[in-house]
Design a protein around this ligand. Structure first.
Ligand SMILES: Nc1ncnc2c1ncn2[C@@H]1O[C@H](COP(=O)(O)OP(=O)(O)OP(=O)(O)O)[C@@H](O)[C@H]1O
Ligand SMILES: [Mg+2]
Length: 260
């Protein structure tokens, strides 16, 4: 199962990505969590300490490795580079392992962010395509907020998008934009998770504004989840009610997802 978690800024993408990754790992599945947000913070949501996370240099910053693989150094002007660099050993070599989850941090590259045809962009794109083709593995991509990055196509080959929304027009608008882009990218399924629910009317609001998108489930606004982030802990370890809600969401996902 390969999924990308998307949505407006701050809605809870990273929180949900961490919860789902830990739940699949607890089931004994091989899980690769990919932090595809240049402002990377999935590690803490997986229960990885900042010290441990700092040991893994984000891939986009591994200039020696990128040069070795592509034949061209990031930032070097002009130059030719291989468009099919070797990537199959990267997940094993460059990920951090914790509680049965491997975390890969894509990192920030100014040029890649602009969607340029540069060595680091080519390497990251190829890596993601490779990860998505590997069988028997759960791959969860924690995406950058918003939609602009989706036009760069890195997440286009996943089985499904999960769009996290909160009660409010703006995050639902983003969800509809994601849905439209997903169609263009050939992503067949777009699911919604409603987060930060405080009242029953919040669910009704979300359902009313969803159009054709299917809801996997909801997570209530949770003081434990807030506290987990304050303490730099994962919701999985510190917010039991959120874990129970994520189990329901995971069960719905397992049931609704159609493998390619
Ligand atoms: N159900 C919830 N109840 C209370 N707080 C929550 C809930 N879900 C997430 N949060 C909090 O909201 C904040 C943003 O969550 P998170 O980082 O997961 O969002 P995000 O969508 O990944 O944000 P960004 O767009 O910056 O990547 C965090 O402080 C998190 O702890
Ligand atoms: Mg995030």
């Amino acid at each position: 199962m390969k999924i990308a978690i998307t949505g407006k800024g701050g809605v809870g993408k990273t929180t949900l990505a961490g919860l789902l990754a830990r739940l699949y790992a607890a089931e004994g599945r091989t899980v690769l969590a990919v932090d595809a947000d240049p402002d990377a913070n999935l590690a803490s949501s997986l229960g990885i300490s900042p010290e441990e996370a700092a040991k893994a240099l984000p891939l986009a910053e591994q200039t020696d490795m990128i040069e070795e693989r592509t034949g061209s150094r990031p930032g070097a002007p002009g130059g030719m580079f291989r468009i099919n660099p070797k990537v199959d050993d990267i997940p094993e070599k460059y990920s951090i392992r914790r509680d049965g989850v491997r975390l890969l941090i894509m990192g920030k590259s100014k040029e890649a962010a602009a969607g340029c045809y540069c060595p680091e962009h080519v390497l990251l794109r190829r890596l993601i395509s490779h990860l998505i083709l590997r069988s028997n593995e759960v791959v969860i991509l924690d995406m950058e907020a918003g939609i602009e990055h989706l036009t760069r196509g890195t997440a286009g080959s996943v089985d499904a998008f999960i769009v996290v929304v909160e009660p409010g027009q703006r995050s639902l608008q983003t969800a509809h934009h994601v849905e439209n882009l997903a169609k263009g990218l050939g992503v067949k399924q777009v699911f919604v998770v409603g987060n930060k629910i405080q009242r029953d009317t919040d669910k009704a609001f979300i359902e009313k504004n969803l159009g054709d998108m299917q809801v996997l489930g909801y997570m209530r606004f949770s003081a434990d989840t807030v506290q987990a982030d304050l303490d730099g802990r994962s919701a999985f370890d510190a917010a039991p009610a959120a874990v129970d809600e994520a189990k329901v969401i995971k069960a719905a996902l397992d049931q609704m997802i159609q493998k390619k």
